[in-house]
Design a binder for this molecule. Structure first.
Ligand code: NAP
Length: 237
């Protein structure tokens, strides 16, 4: 089990915090005394993040971003100009029908999953990295399914491919930033019961996210890229 790390507080920008794991991360960091800026996609409807923000005394605030819209990313960057975060965490992601093979998927669906899970998270990291303290942490939500080595069972072929692509792109980012002090983390949260994970997930959100947050807290001050699960164990690439 990851230790609960130091009690020091900080600030985090979480991309994709409307529901599921991203919302749970926002709640957990809030409970630990952190200031949280969470993003939701542009839509008039309220989300669980709005409920958290309402009772937060302005310690949880909401911004809008669809990670697939570069113009929205640029305006978010502008709105946050001058802010410095201890952590940036890109959580947003999507899935297609898990049983759909690469032989069956349409080109449009393949592109949708790849863009949302690989290109757009990296664009978000590139676009918002300057808002992170030079000794801060940049994290991205990967998946155990992104491990090439562990893929001996197949299934979720397109999703696996998108998270493996994300991992490789993040490794290239890390190589390009090898002389920097920031901690970089690809997280595998476990198979969790959410809209995306489905009802058969092995873990509840409560079993995954408090541990995952402690893993992130423990990674602070450790430069370089790690691919870790929610208990802090290294996932084979
Ligand atoms: N649950 C699992 O078992 C599991 C396992 C491994 C990895 N993961 C990863 O964990 C992350 C969160 O998954 P989850 O289980 O919490 O799924 P979820 O409940 O379906 O939530 C997905 C989140 O991503 C946001 N999102 C999707 N597309 C977006 C876009 N284009 N722009 C901005 N936000 C977008 C959603 O916003 P809206 O509310 O606007 O749709 C929502 O906040 C994903 O990256 C997923 O791949 C999950």
């Amino acid at each position: 089990m990851p230790s609960s790390s130091s009690n020091s507080t900080g600030s985090i920008l979480i991309i994709g915090a409307s529901r599921g794991l991203g919302h749970a991360m926002a709640e957990e960091f809030f409970k630990k005394g952190w200031s949280v800026v969470g993003t939701v996609r542009a839509s008039p409807s309220r989300t669980k993040l709005h409920d958290l923000a309402d009772g937060s005394d302005d310690r949880v605030t909401i911004e809008r971003l669809d990670i697939n819209e570069p113009a929205q990313l640029a305006s978010l960057r502008q709105r946050l100009d001058g802010r410095v975060f201890d952590m940036l965490f890109v959580n947003a992601g999507t899935i297609n029908v898990p049983t759909e093979t690469i032989a069956e998927v349409t080109t449009e669906e393949f592109v949708r999953v790849m863009v949302t899970n690989a290109l757009s998270p990296m664009r978000t990291v590139e676009g918002l990295q300057d808002l992170v303290s030079p000794t801060g942490l940049i994290g991205v939500m990967s998946s155990g399914q992104g491990s090439v080595s562990n893929n001996t069972t197949g299934m979720r072929e397109v999703y696996r491919g998108s998270k493996a692509a994300l991992n490789t792109l993040m490794r290239s980012y890390a190589a390009r930033h090898a002389d920097e002090a920031r901690a970089l983390v690809l997280m595998a949260p476990g198979w969790v019961k959410t809209d995306l994970g489905g009802p058969d997930g092995r873990l509840t959100i409560e079993e995954s996210i408090p541990n995952l947050v402690n893993v992130l807290l423990d990674q602070r001050g450790k430069p370089g890229l790690e691919y870790l699960d929610y208990l802090g164990r290294t996932v084979p690439w």
